[in-house]
Design a protein around this ligand. Structure first.
Ligand code: SF4
Ligand code: SF4
Length: 285
């Protein structure tokens, strides 16, 4: 079973929830798809790391063969190619590595060459497997890294917890595509409820079963809980705003490994997810 954990913005507690959910379930896999800023590994401190590069193909033009016909520029829907005085200029930042320009070039003047954009590291921490995608500095999109992680996950059995990119970007959508259940992490503010609305709209569009964790709860007033009630979204659990959790987090410690009460809280959230996922499966069958 694959559980994707999302939040409308950074700082909501998405990584905190994903790390602790994975750590609360022995032998599960934690996957960091927040490739622009992966930090789950800071908590898990995985060992025996094996790292593989992620490459994409970029077009390279042989100016000796090119006759400036412009067919490549006309084909490119991303405006990544310009022909200026019979010279080809490729804008790598907006190229999506589709390979189409090489196919349409009548002179065979374009060759796709591999370029490294990031890496994927796989290691272990206690009984957990930890997979971390990292986008290289200056690169535009982490989607190819997430696609490679998805391929890697096809050979991994058991429970998988995916720490998605924040918000509703292409990277977030890619990380959710193959999830069996989406856990939405929400803060107890009006802004938090607005962000919850964004990610709830996304998972609704993708027709994924979902539930909410109310993080950093304090007092009775919680606009995110009000949003869940108004929209009939099941709440999987509530985590109180506590100084102790703040200290554990700032020391990069896994809360469920440090204090039994947090193990119980996250185990309960996990059991609620399983119940809700099974309920959805029965309702849709
Ligand atoms: S590979 Fe695709 S996106 Fe990149 S320049 Fe060629 S046609 Fe455009
Ligand atoms: S399609 Fe080929 S020959 Fe025509 S402008 Fe592009 S690179 Fe040059």
């Amino acid at each position: 079973m694959k559980i994707a954990v999302l939040s409308g913005k950074g700082g909501t507690g998405k990584t905190f929830c994903t790390v602790n959910l994975a750590a609360s379930q022995a032998h599960s896999t934690y996957v960091d798809c927040d490739v622009e800023e992966p930090n789950g590994h800071l908590f898990f401190k995985p060992e025996s790391l094996v790292t593989t590069d992620v490459n994409v193909l970029y077009p390279m033009v042989d100016s000796e063969k090119c006759d400036g016909c412009r067919q490549c520029a006309d084909f490119c829907k991303f405006n990544a190619i310009a022909v200026i005085q019979n010279q080809i200029k490729i804008f790598g930042d907006v190229c999506h590595s589709c390979g189409g320009c090489a196919l349409v070039c009548p002179q065979n003047a374009i060759t796709d060459i591999p370029k490294k954009i990031g890496s994927i590291a796989k290691g272990t921490s206690r009984t957990n497997t930890v997979i971390t995608g990292t986008l290289d500095i200056g690169e535009e999109t982490g989607v190819p890294i997430i696609k490679d992680i998805e391929t890697m996950l096809t050979s991994i059995d058991g429970l998988i917890f995916v720490d998605c990119a924040p918000g509703t970007s292409c990277a977030a959508v890619e990380s959710v595509q193959n999830a069996d259940f989406c856990l939405l992490v929400a803060e107890p503010t009006i802004f938090g409820a607005h962000n919850l609305d964004m990610i709830y709209s996304l998972v609704k569009m993708l027709q994924k079963p979902c539930g909410v964790v109310l993080n950093k709860s304090i007092g009775d007033d919680n606009p995110s809980l009000d949003y869940c009630i108004e929209n009939n979204i099941p709440v999987m659990g509530e985590i109180q705003f506590e100084e102790e959790l703040g200290k554990l987090n700032s020391d990069a410690l896994v809360a469920v490994w440090e204090d039994k009460k947090y193990q119980e809280i996250f185990d309960k959230i996990f059991q609620n997810i399983i119940k809700e996922a099974n309920h959805e499966t029965i309702a849709n069958s």
